[in-house]
Design a protein around this ligand. Structure first.
Ligand code: ADP
Ligand code: ZN
Ligand code: ZN
Length: 726
């Protein structure tokens, strides 16, 4: 047999199939050791065949490391992804295995255990120990009922264990232990009767197909997901559910564990390598048939999937923006089809594209227009910040928000304050000469972080000393840019000195379990106010939150992105949805400088349908998705001129093609809005392609045209509908 092997090197020149002599039996999908260019390398067998077209003598596979570890479904998925996203095969394969498994750096965790020596009968031991120490007897009794003990726990008994080992009553054994992801969440939920609407949705999903579950925040979508999964599991199938943020996985994990126990595995990049390995193995071995996780969990090695659920389907985090680029929703659709599973996209604010596809018949619509138990949607009050300024209030909080916060605190309830900007201020500028502190690696102004008294680049993470005077002119008259979460916390501490405030953003959630600690503390009412970025907007279910404040709601409105209206509408609805989820009713104060904007007016009425109509009409007129597909070729390089040369070459090729093609609605090449990130210059070619039956062919052609001769230190990426265009 001849094995077709993909070598484990991410390099375009090696992104081919190499033939090896498989010798005897070998399984497709095995991870193997081979000799490649006189080096020992790992590879993956992706196919077997009788004959090779290679003329010389084939080398043999040296060792099978993991037999058939990559299943047939994933080999097909690899083909799908390499074609659709223009990926290297090896980069796709890497997504299917836990990191570190490939280089053998991680495996099972073995711990020492003590257990009773099976060669001595329990009665003999008891007899022998009767008159001796009570503790020894006690330990033998415990071990006989509980079987084994982690050696760390034996610290409790210390010398007793040692004595018993010496006597030969105990033996030490090494065993694999599971590195179980922890959660500090305490949200025990009672089982309740499904409402009629919930039941209808569940029944529909169980009949199979693709669905858009459009349910307002608090309508009980999660409960529908859980009941669907419960039924799917009963039928011997498996299930996977994606949530958009790592911070949300903990909450869902707890919820699911309470109901499904160890049948649930959790997979996301915030786990330790060991935890990730163990969870992944439990799924592979069939010990867990329900997977919860963020984007990468879509690759969980589940067999015979019955349902795939993507909660908050509109969320941008389902798209991987760096290599390997992919859209988890498209992977979900592939896997649903392969497994014959039901596919559920859920959201309170579906993406315009999904809603459009639903109207075209791609998904069946399931509606949950009301909150459970007749709870009301929280009232959104729009506050005009221009008027506040005219009235002499230049603070961060409007009079109304200040008032409502006092009330909330006095009543012992909790509040969430949302501002989608971290740090203290968005830039530092010299009032005298206009100097702005910028990153040395990126063409971007630095954000001031007061807690650490440093300037930070939000693109590359580099840190700089804070300046006390202008390095250009020496003036000490510095001006701070737009307010970030740090400053909000400072202001709230000043106004409400007794309130306990937590902050949740990229800076405070760095470490492992960082999200979990903050959310857990807030859930346990260890804080009264949670200030945060969009991290706090999504899905969290805190029963005591009765007030939500939205600061600078306009922020996402003025991005030069066709999605800015959509994103603003989604964010406002999501953030508002955090209030009044249990018996207590909720209020939302939305602060804006554009109170008359239709996005706020419609968000205030929770009128998704009207918003959709307005938005889809304008997309059609302006030729934006879903009527077109945006394609971006991004060229980055250490040398400006070289990068520009590459982009020009590609652009010329595409321009020629566009002349003869009917598919282009727009084509242009330019410097990227941020011209340099991490010392690499950035150029982009932007295209909008008609979204019709020709589009796949056109995209393939663009991939080929972008695939020009490689220049050192210059990279080219082609992206379809990128989330951000910086
Ligand atoms: P969504 O995911 O749609 O925002 P959730 O599933 O979180 O909404 O439900 C909101 C709240 O209502 C939760 O606290 C949940 O426990 C509760 N809930 C859900 N279904 C029911 C039901 N059938 N009866 C009573 N309470 C329910
Ligand atoms: Zn200056
Ligand atoms: Zn930088």
């Amino acid at each position: 047999m001849i094995a077709e092997v993909i070598i484990d090197i991410s390099n375009d020149d090696v992104d081919r199939i190499f033939d090896y002599d498989a010798g005897g039996d070998i399984k497709i999908g095995s991870r193997v050791k081979v000799s490649f260019l006189n080096r020992k390398m790992q590879g993956y067998v992706i196919n077997l065949k009788e004959k090779s077209d290679f003329d010389g003598k084939l080398k043999s596979i040296e060792e099978v490391l993991d037999e058939g570890i990559i299943g047939n479904e994933f080999l097909r998925l690899m083909d799908f992804m390499t074609a659709k996203y223009n990926l290297r095969k090896i980069d796709a394969l890497h997504l299917f295995l836990p990191p570190n498994m490939r280089d053998g750096k991680i495996g099972e965790l073995k711990r020492k255990f003590v257990e009773l020596n099976p060669e001595i009968s329990y009665d003999d031991m008891v007899c022998a120990l009767q008159k001796r120490g009570k503790r020894q007897l006690e330990l033998v009794e415990t071990l006989s009922s509980e079987g084994e003990y982690l050696s760390t726990i034996t610290a409790l008994y210390g010398s007793t264990v040692k004595t018993l080992i010496k006597k030969g009553f105990l033996i030490v054994a090494k065993k694999a232990v599971r590195r179980e992801p922890k959660t500090s969440f305490e949200t025990p939920k009672p089982e309740f009767e499904l409402t009629d609407t919930q039941k209808k949705c569940m029944d529909e999903i169980l009949r199979g197909g693709s669905f858009l579950l459009h349910g307002v925040t608090g309508s009980g979508k999660t409960e529908v997901y859980m009941r669907v999964i419960e039924n799917v599991i009963k039928n011997g199938k498996s299930a996977v559910m994606l949530v958009p943020e790592i911070s949300l996985t903990a909450q869902f994990y707890k919820l699911f564990k309470d109901r499904f126990f160890d049948n649930v595995a959790i997979i996301h990049s915030g786990l330790s390598a060991g935890e990730r390995f163990d969870e992944w193995m439990r799924v592979l071995n069939g010990e867990a048939s329900i997977v919860i996780g963020a984007r990468s969990a879509i690759f969980a090695p589940l067999n015979d999937i019955g349902v795939i659920i993507i909660d908050e389907e509109h969320d941008g985090s389902y798209i991987s923006e760096s290599n390997p680029r992919y859209d988890a929703k498209e992977i979900a659709a592939f896997r649903a089809k392969y497994n014959g599973a039901a596919l559920v996209f859920g959201s309170a604010t579906p993406s315009i594209e999904t809603y459009y596809d639903m109207k075209k018949g791609a998904y069946k619509l399931l509606s949950m227009p009301e909150r459970v138990n007749n709870r009301c949607m929280p009232e959104i009050e729009i506050v005009d910040m221009c008027r506040e300024i005219r009235a002499g209030n230049t603070g961060l909080l409007s009079g109304r928000l200040d008032e409502e916060l006092s009330k909330t605190l006095a009543e012992g309830n909790q509040a969430m304050i949302y501002l989608n900007r971290r740090g203290y201020s968005s830039f530092v500028m010299c009032r005298a000469c206009g100097y702005v502190a910028k990153c040395s690696e990126c063409d971007i102004s630095l954000t001031y972080h007061k807690d650490d008294d440093i300037l930070k680049c939000h693109y590359c993470g580099k840190k700089f000393f804070m300046i006390s005077q202008c390095p250009e002119c020496g003036s000490k008259n510095l001006r701070y840019g737009k307010t970030g979460t740090e400053k909000v916390v400072g202001e709230i501490n000043r106004l409400f000195p007794k309130a306990r405030v937590l902050r949740m953003d990229n800076d405070t959630t760095r470490g492992k379990d960082g999200h979990d600690k903050i959310l857990g503390a807030f859930a346990k009412k260890e804080a009264d106010i949670l200030v945060g970025t969009q991290m706090i907007a999504k899905g969290h279910d805190f029963p005591n939150v009765t007030l939500v404040g939205i600061l600078d709601a306009d922020m996402s409105l003025y991005f030069s992105d066709y999605r800015s209206n959509e994103r603003t509408f989604q964010l406002m609805t999501q953030v508002a949805g955090r209030a009044g989820r249990e018996k207590k009713s909720g209020a939302v104060i939305l602060q804006t400088y554009a109170p008359g904007h239709y996005v706020f007016k419609l968000a205030r009425r929770y009128d998704f349908e009207s918003f959709y109509q307005k938005e889809i009409n304008s997309r059609e007129v302006t030729k934006y998705p879903p009527f077109t597909v945006i394609v971006r070729v991004l060229v980055t390089g250490e040398e400006d001129a070289a990068a520009m040369g590459v982009v020009r070459k590609i652009y010329n090729g595409i321009k020629e093609y566009a002349k003869e093609s009917q598919s282009f609605a727009y084509l242009n090449a330019m410097r990227s809005p941020i011209t340099r990130i991490q010392n690499k210059y950035r150029y982009q070619i932007l295209m909008r392609i008609r979204n019709d039956e020709n589009k796949d062919g056109v995209i393939q052609r663009i991939y080929a045209l972008a695939d020009v001769e490689k220049i050192k230190n210059t990279t080219v990426f082609t992206e379809i509908n990128p989330q951000s265009l910086v």
